[in-house]
Design a protein around this ligand. Sequence first.
Ligand code: SF4
Length: 359
Amino acid sequence: LIDSFRDKEKVDILLKQIDKLNIKDKEYRFMEVCGTHTMSISRFGLRTLLPENILLISGPGCPVCVTSQGEIDAIFDLVKNNDVIIATYGDLLKVPGSNGENLYILRSMGFDIRVVFSPLDVIEIAKNTDKEVVFLSIGFETTTPPSAGLVKQLVKENIKNVSLFVMNKTMPKVLDFIANQENVMVDGFLCPGHVSAITGERLYEPLVRSGFACVISGFEPVDVLMSVKLLMEQVNKGEFWVENNYGRVVKRNGNELAMKLMYEVFEDSDAYWRGIGVIEGSGLMLRANYKDFDAMEKFNIEVDYSKSLPGCRCGDVLLGRIKPTDCSLFGNRCTPEDPYGPCMVSSEGSCAAYYKYGG
Ligand code: SF4
């Protein structure tokens, strides 16, 4: 299946079709919202195959990258000041704190930090300890339903020694924010395939009403180039609609069960995005009847949202204002081996993608 989406002949045909559609004195600016798109575009060198006037701009779809510095530092304080077990996805291990430490370093110092592949792994950890277990819940609509499933299971099994450090966010408000930015001129969005598999197509309808082309895309070279072609068709016509170019995974209504589960346990809240600030209604918090599982309340955690990493321009990268290579720390002070900012750490981070595969 994958081979046919990496087929060179199909890629060549699509490049010819793109060339035909290309109005050469026009600049096409398409934002790939999802970090997996960013990685795939860099990995397969797709930018280098496209005409120079078609720009693929990275967006804010890497959950680790958009998490605020204050929250990252608060996690480290929690680890150091309490006898807890931290359960986390691997992506967060190397994210640096303000003083250069990370969870990886803290684990080597003896703090109990465990990598999980599913939130449900937390259940087994909790059943085999008397300690408090804190799950670092992070991600967009794709990974939030499993966190909700964890909370439901904790209730069902009457497990009390688990709480969630909730950093989950949702897509609609941040897309709206980008669309209304004065200095980020975007013609259309390469809409995230994974998120769309949960939310469905309707998420993007406000964007097309505001005059943006929207194509939901898969992640292989043929997927992405076909999506670019479809975006160009909308822009050239001046007519906009939500086109689903990832029909093998994304259904019109998404995964309604997952969305229902998510909103049974969580509700919308304001959220702080790294380098951007607070976006109203763009985050999630536990509903009142699940507050016993809120690590912030259980451990009296205060987050200082004013914190930032001096010199790191992740915020500008995430909003498509600059390319990663425009950051003066790129490739010298900040590399994947010794990352200074989160966009260089995450496997979905734009800076890591540019470093590994080139722009
Ligand atoms: Fe931040 Fe490093 Fe990217 Fe610069 S290169 S924006 S310091 S992550």
